[in-house]
Design a binder for this molecule. Structure first.
Ligand code: HEC
Ligand code: HEC
Ligand code: HEC
Ligand code: HEC
Length: 265
């Protein structure tokens, strides 16, 4: 009698421990590795309660995108370098920093599968430049995006100010004077322009646009004015012709280019 009570008591004590660590069915098909650093879903996501591959692999992070989980890895460093080089933050919040002109990649990386995200870099949305990334670079980027997202899962995403209303005919100064050659995501007017001859100007007057004025300087309102007056005095052989704007058109342009909802550290 006493021993039966003891066994039940022991069972009750040990039950919560079993509850915390459900058997990981992943191991039905895979050998265990990095066990000292956590369970399979801590690093790979997926669904460890099923022994059916398709269910177990739902939302899986494939091995090549999982290096970030091992701590500061060359993959993450290379990815962060690419994020700076291509100035992804002129449109996206990444690792808590960036403009909110497109969806926050901290939020996207937490909610979508890495395979979906990689597809969005390979075949970019209409207002995202096509960087022609090869698979090695996409792998670095995904590791960096997942690492950043891990550190910022509390980011609610905030308002994405841009509305992608491209059907309506636009009569703002950007669409008329710049839109045949450039595209722009703007906080106030949404997605503007149709051209790909010149660079995508999203975030031009923010901290996150590449420093391309005289090859190494940030763009400012005054520098933009001098560029429009005559690009070739700024950059020899520039392919853009001067664009003549009235004072009023220029202030409207600056207002459209302005970014007020950036995340900075
Ligand atoms: C029924 C067997 C089965 C189960 C259960 C299973 N897997 Fe797999 N897994 C496979 C097979 C087979 C492959 C080989 C590639 C493929 O067919 O997708 C694979 C591939 C993988 C890969 C490599 C994918 C890549 O492209 O790098 C990872 C990571 C992985 N599984 C993790 C998991 C995790 C984590 C779980 C549990 C949540 C799990 N698997 C459950 C059968 C299984
Ligand atoms: C600490 C993070 C971590 C944990 C925990 C972890 N993995 Fe991995 N896994 C990785 C990394 C990083 C890679 C890619 C390179 C490597 O093998 O080190 C990987 C690769 C894989 C691969 C692909 C191997 C190949 O040769 O293509 C499979 C399958 C896999 N893991 C399954 C699992 C399963 C099943 C578990 C749970 C028993 C698990 N992993 C636990 C980090 C982890
Ligand atoms: C000029 C703006 C711009 C730049 C620069 C940009 N993107 Fe995007 N990106 C977008 C837009 C627009 C979308 C479509 C989603 C949306 O409407 O916000 C998008 C979507 C994505 C998605 C899919 C998100 C999801 O929720 O499915 C990923 C991943 C992504 N971008 C990665 C990158 C990376 C990595 C870089 C830098 C190499 C980059 N983007 C640079 C504008 C940009
Ligand atoms: C007929 C096509 C065309 C029109 C119209 C045009 N641009 Fe350009 N723009 C270009 C081209 C091409 C470049 C690339 C110049 C180069 O680097 O040689 C460029 C470059 C730029 C740059 C430099 C960006 C960088 O990162 O180097 C800015 C800024 C710019 N344009 C602003 C504007 C604005 C603002 C307007 C409208 C008021 C405008 N452009 C109208 C074709 C055009």
């Amino acid at each position: 009698m006493v021993s039966a009570v003891l066994i039940i008591a022991l069972l009750l004590v040990s039950l919560p421990a079993w509850g915390e660590q459900p058997r990981q069915m992943c191991q039905v098909c895979h050998p265990v590795h990095y066990a000292e650093r956590g369970g399979c879903p801590d690093c790979h996501r997926g669904n460890p309660s099923s022994d059916r591959k398709n269910i177990a692999h739902a939302g899986l992070i494939p091995g090549k995108y999982t290096y970030f989980a091992l701590g500061d890895q060359p993959h993450v460093k290379n990815g962060n370098r690419l994020i700076d080089q291509y100035a992804c933050r002129r449109c996206h919040v990444i690792d808590g920093r960036g403009n909110r002109l497109a969806v926050s990649l901290d939020v996207a990386a937490a909610g979508k599968t890495p395979v979906e995200l990689a597809g969005s870099i390979r075949r970019p949305a209409e207002f995202m430049p096509d960087f022609g990334m090869d698979e090695a670079r996409i792998t670095y980027l995904l590791n960096a995006l997942l690492a950043g997202s891990h550190r910022h899962t509390t980011d609610g995403g905030g308002p994405v100010a841009v509305h992608f209303d491209t059907a309506r005919k636009k009569s703002d100064v950007f669409s008329i004077k710049c839109g045949s050659c450039h595209r722009l995501l703007s906080e106030k007017r949404g997605a503007l322009g149709k051209g790909n001859i010149g660079p995508n100007l999203s975030g031009l007057l923010s901290n996150y646009y590449p420093k391309t004025f005289r090859n190494s300087e940030a763009w400012t309102v005054r520098r933009l004015k001098s560029w429009l007056d005559n690009p070739r005095t700024i950059k020899t052989g520039a392919r853009m012709r001067p664009v003549i704007l009235t004072g009023q058109e220029f202030s409207e342009l600056v207002d459209i280019l302005k970014v007020e909802h950036a995340e900075e550290i």
